[in-house]
Write a protein that binds this ligand. Structure first.
Ligand code: ADP
Ligand code: MG
Length: 370
């Protein structure tokens, strides 16, 4: 099911009595979510992710704009008539009901022509329990399950009516690290098998990057960028997006462009064809550094952390906005830690320039490429 968001806007009255301005939780969101895809809705806490999801589910009404599921304008429909499945961070299972009864519950509420016989309900419950791999736990109560199992029950309950759209709001946040990894892969598998259009909300960029077909990055209610995870990582439209994606995070420096050469401090680090003279923010991905004895970019060496295949070289630079500069280098390149400085050359397509005021990306031509 394609989901169309048209000028979707949600304003809340300010909670602060002194300020009378509304909070614009979602600001003119326009996007067509393609049928059958998993969309990661991503951004820091308070950026409007849950509000967006609540608008799509019908739990909240938009101030402006419309929502379509395929051809259906669902904007004025209550949640129960939209054909959605919802999963939240806290599993919200009925503690006194068994797993089976919890999953059955949404089916028992069906009325009129949708009403199912007992056998049909049980059949659907068992099928969906198999899908999320809890069919051995049907007679237990939620209190007798681990967090990961409880969240699977919640997912099964959201899926049992085969919703047109599945909405997940930070569904993995209550799980420990290992379960989080495992459950996110499960969600991906289930989504692929059912082909239900799914919107997955998270503040964890790694989580969103790893399972989404497309990510939507939001800030202060405004969509910053939409694209395939790798495309957004490789081509961030502004400094915010560049900083939000990637672990370890991107290194940011103050730099300047003079005669199409990028300077960080005194070092002429990279040719940036087509850029006017100006001060800029420079973002360099950790994997954008190459150790080079006569490299143009000099940093004060702090230490080296070996992490199996790669090493992380930690250094310092006066122009860096971060405490330390983190670069990822293949372990084959030995760094002697008794030196005081380390020199790098930079990988051009791992270096991004941003306008000093607007923080928008400034694209430069990479030498030797058309
Ligand atoms: P997220 O899920 O990305 O953390 P939310 O969608 O919950 O963000 O919130 C977005 C903004 O809207 C925040 O500034 C939040 O304080 C505000 N907000 C959310 N719900 C309400 C509400 N019911 N009343 C007033 N302000 C709200
Ligand atoms: Mg939220």
């Amino acid at each position: 099911m394609e989901v169309v968001l048209q000028n979707l806007t949600k304003k809340f009255p300010s909670r602060d009595r002194k300020k009378h301005e509304d909070v614009i939780a979602v600001n003119d969101f326009n996007f067509t979510i393609p049928d059958g895809k998993l969309i990661g809705l991503l951004g820091p806490s308070g950026c409007g992710k849950s509000t967006t999801l609540n608008l799509i589910s019908g739990l909240q009404k938009p101030t402006e704009g419309r929502i379509f599921f395929g051809e259906d304008d669902v904007t004025d429909l209550p949640p129960e008539n939209r054909g959605i499945g919802l999963v939240f961070q806290n599993y919200a299972l009925y503690p006194h009901l068994t797993v089976k009864q919890n999953i059955l519950f949404p089916l028992q509420n069906l009325k009129g022509k949708d009403k199912l016989s007992k056998e049909e309900m049980l059949e659907k419950t068992v099928a969906v329990a198999k899908l999320v791999q809890i069919d051995g736990l049907l007679d237990r109560k939620p209190g007798e399950l681990s967090g990961g199992q409880q969240q699977r029950v919640a997912i099964a309950r959201a899926l049992v009516k085969m919703p047109r759209v599945l909405l997940l709001d930070e569904p993995l946040s209550n799980l420990d690290a290992r379960l989080r990894l495992q459950t996110r892969e499960e969600i991906r598998r289930i989504q692929r098998e059912t082909k239900i259009t799914t919107i997955f909300v998270t503040h964890d960029q790694e989580e969103a990057m790893s399972i989404s077909d497309l990510i939507v990055v939001m800030k202060d209610g405004v969509v910053q960028q939409i694209g395939k995870p790798q495309e957004v990582y490789d081509n961030p439209v502004n400094l915010f997006v560049a900083k939000f994606l990637g672990t370890p995070p991107i290194n940011v420096f103050i730099g300047s462009v003079k005669e199409q050469m990028l300077y960080i401090g005194e070092d002429a680090v990279l040719a940036v064809k087509g850029v006017k003279d100006q001060e800029v923010y420079v973002g360099i991905r950790p994997e954008g550094f190459r150790l080079k004895a006569d490299g143009p970019f000099c940093c004060e060496l702090i230490g080296v952390e070996v992490m199996g295949r790669d090493s992380s070289v930690i250094s310092r630079n006066h122009a860096s906005l971060n405490q330390t500069v983190r670069s990822i280098i293949s372990t084959e390149n030995k760094v002697s830690t008794d030196r005081e400085t380390v020199r790098f050359s930079l990988v051009p397509y791992k270096v991004f320039l941003f306008h000093k005021e607007t923080e928008e990306r400034i694209v430069f031509e990479i030498e030797g490429e058309q």
